[in-house]
Design a protein around this ligand. Structure first.
Ligand code: ADP
Ligand code: MG
Length: 237
């Protein structure tokens, strides 16, 4: 599902969190929203998800105006850093949770959960509880849960933020691999330049609620459009 963000602005009180942002996200691509803390990345992601309504501008999904559509109607899956698994439910129950809500029949849920456990490579762990998994494995369960309903868009807000450096690195290449397999349009928030460069097809660099530059990692690295991008992306001296 392609996403068009058309001149969207959002302010909280007098603070302009997102200001006149326009971004075109191609169907099936893996896009990173990159910027320092407070630059409006999460707000933009929440606007795409329908968790916030823009003050002005439009959000289009597959070319159709979805600015006023509900979260459910947008068919988005999301993983937030602090969007924890249910502790008292098994891995299988966690992954199937949204399908229960959507009133899928038991055997169909079971088949879909098996598929997802294979997809995130957690075979044999379905009957465990979240506390019996590592941090990286838990994030893979959260991804499986987000993918359960076959969303048109997958939105990830610093999903690996709380994990240690080694696990983050493993999950990066793993996310790339997963994306190539499922091919769902994925928008991924990070403040980590290296993570964004390594994982994404396209980068949207944000600062103070505005888009500074959009392009492939190579384009942005080789031709930073603004002094901000140059200092934020450039090689560390
Ligand atoms: P980022 O994800 O890039 O760190 P955010 O989109 O979370 O940035 O937030 C940008 C700024 O907008 C924050 O510094 C915060 O002050 C403000 N903000 C975000 N959400 C709200 C809210 N619900 N109410 C008030 N202010 C908010
Ligand atoms: Mg954020």
């Amino acid at each position: 599902m392609g996403i068009t963000v058309d001149n969207v602005s959002k302010q909280f009180g007098s603070f302009k969190a997102v200001e006149h942002v326009s971004v075109e996200i191609k169907s099936g691509s893996l896009v990173a929203l990159l910027g320092p803390s407070g630059s409006g990345k999460s707000t933009l992601l929440r606007l795409i998800a329908g968790l916030e309504k823009p003050d002005s501008g439009r959000i289009l999904l597959t070319g159709k105006d979805a600015t006023n559509a509900s979260v459910q109607d947008r068919q988005v899956g999301f993983v937030f850093q602090h969007y924890a698994l249910f502790k008292h439910l098994t891995i299988r129950q966690n992954i199937g949770f949204g399908l229960e809500i959507a009133k899928w029949k038991k055997p169909r849920i079971s088949d879909r959960v098996n598929e997802l456990i294979d997809l995130v490579q957690l075979q044999g762990m379905g009957d465990r509880y979240p506390s019996q998994l590592s941090g990286g494995q838990r994030q893979r369960v959260a991804l499986a849960r987000a993918l359960a309903i076959e969303p048109g868009v997958l939105l990830l807000d610093e999903p690996f933020g709380a994990l240690d450096a080694k696990v983050r690195k493993d999950l990066r290449s793993w996310l790339r691999h997963l994306h190539d397999k499922v091919n769902v349009t994925t928008v991924f928030v990070t403040h980590d330049q290296e993570e964004a460069m390594e994982v994404s097809d396209e980068l949207v660099v944000m600062n103070h609620g505005k888009v500074e530059q959009i392009g492939s990692p190579a384009e942005i690295y080789d031709h930073p459009a603004t002094p901000f991008v140059m200092s934020f992306i450039g090689p560390v001296n």
